[in-house]
Design a binder for this molecule. Structure first.
Ligand SMILES: [Ca+2]
Ligand SMILES: [Ca+2]
Length: 392
């Protein structure tokens, strides 16, 4: 199965949706007029929040539709900063009277502001804060929590695609499958700035910043938050983990694949060395100092929360590097323990991609690499379903 973010609605899905709406309407008619018990855990809709500007603290669920810049103005691109969001009950809403304006306090801006995270457009989120006017408009202030709605990110964005980049960055690729998709994506993503290996330290302190502590980065496999300043080579430091291991890609730390941020992540020095140049697959013995990590003689299994991240980084490398620019052609492998230029296990990685959907940290990371460091994107973070469209 492709993971959900894809595909327009079929007629069948529309009919099923209509049928469930009719069932709901019927049940509302048949059930006597007993008021629904107030379920504290159920978020308000945006239209409810607009009608309840009481100063109470509430959680509201809605789709990100833009950034308010004045009472009657919401911009949908060219975001000026990270200070505010507009949410609505439909991802295609364009009327400001049907939007709630959400203040983003400074602690949340790097993770939830649209200038840093334009991929949030069209995503369904839950926000908690005070229901009161913002920009002289129904709003939420003193916002204290932001989260992607659980399993609720399936409504397609207004373009009819699945990413705000479909009509621009990905235009030559949208609609393709198989070899045509591979070729068009390669041509899009191979045009980028290359970094020096020393700049990679600086960049990782931005791309992998802990959303709860701007002085720290998050280590990929361990999940630990560690001071940005503890980068180095001693036990207990973090260093630069090449998810596509150098010796398996025929590259060094010269500018090129060995400095490509899309697959380089902060990792604990000791755990990085335990992973070494192994393939990725399920199973093995527990890895000391890395909760829920497993390894055997030829493979490494990271914690569940980053299994999809690992898969999508490797898919990027296989498509970015095709042997046409002086670097080795990298390809996915359907086995483990194979030679230079191939990494696996493809079937396991496709399953990890489906089981661990793209999260806010990963989206922000992709946005930062694109906007700030390299000028290119990982297509499999924007379109995880493209992996199955290429490798199935
Ligand atoms: Ca993940
Ligand atoms: Ca390749």
């Amino acid at each position: 199965m492709t993971p959900h973010l894809g595909k327009g609605r079929t007629l069948g899905a529309a009919l099923a949706s209509l049928a469930s709406s009719l069932t709901l309407a019927l049940s509302l008619v048949l059930v006597p007029a007993v008021s629904t018990p107030a379920a504290a855990a159920t978020p308000l809709t945006v239209s409810q929040a607009i009608g309840q500007q009481t100063g109470a603290t509430q959680t509201v669920r809605g789709y990100v539709v833009g950034q308010p810049t004045a009472t009657n103005t919401v911009v949908r691109s060219g975001f000026p900063n990270d200070y505010a969001l507009a949410i609505a009950d439909s991802a295609s809403q364009t009327s400001t009277s049907s939007m709630l304006y959400v203040q983003i306090p400074s602690a949340f801006r790097s993770q939830w502001g649209l200038q840093s995270n334009p991929s949030l457009m069209g995503k369904q989120i839950d926000v908690t804060g005070t229901l009161s006017a913002y920009f002289s408009h129904p709003g939420m202030t003193s916002t204290s929590a932001f989260a992607l709605s659980g399993g609720g990110t399936t409504e397609p964005p207004p373009t009819g695609g699945t990413s705000p980049w479909d009509s621009t960055y990905y235009a030559p690729a949208v609609g393709n499958t198989g070899t045509a998709l591979r070729t068009s994506l390669h041509d899009i993503i191979d045009n980028h700035t290359t970094l020096s290996y020393s700049t990679v330290w600086t960049a990782l302190k931005d791309t992998d910043q802990d959303p709860r502590n701007s002085a720290n980065v998050i280590e990929l496999y361990t999940g630990r938050s560690i001071s940005k300043s503890l980068n180095g080579g001693d036990a207990g430091d973090w260093n630069r983990e090449h998810v596509w291991a150098q010796s398996r890609g025929g590259f060094t730390t010269s500018a090129g694949p060995g400095t490509d941020l899309h697959h380089i992540r902060p990792e604990d020095v000791t755990v990085n060395s335990i992973r070494g140049n192994k393939d990725f697959d399920n199973g093995g013995a527990a890895v000391s100092g890395c909760t829920d990590c497993w390894t055997d003689g030829d493979s490494f299994e990271p914690r569940d929360a980053v299994k999809g991240d690992v898969a999508r980084m490797l898919f990027y490398m296989a498509i970015r590097y095709e042997g046409d620019d002086g670097f080795t052609d990298l390809e996915m492998s359907s086995t483990v323990g194979t030679s230079t230029s191939r990494l696996g296990d493809l079937e396991t990685l496709l399953a990890w991609n489906a089981a661990d959907p793209v999260d806010a940290f990963e989206m922000r990371r992709n946005d930062r690499i694109h906007a700030q460091w390299q000028g290119n994107r990982n297509p499999f973070v924007d379109h995880p379903e493209w992996a199955a469209a290429i490798w199935n």
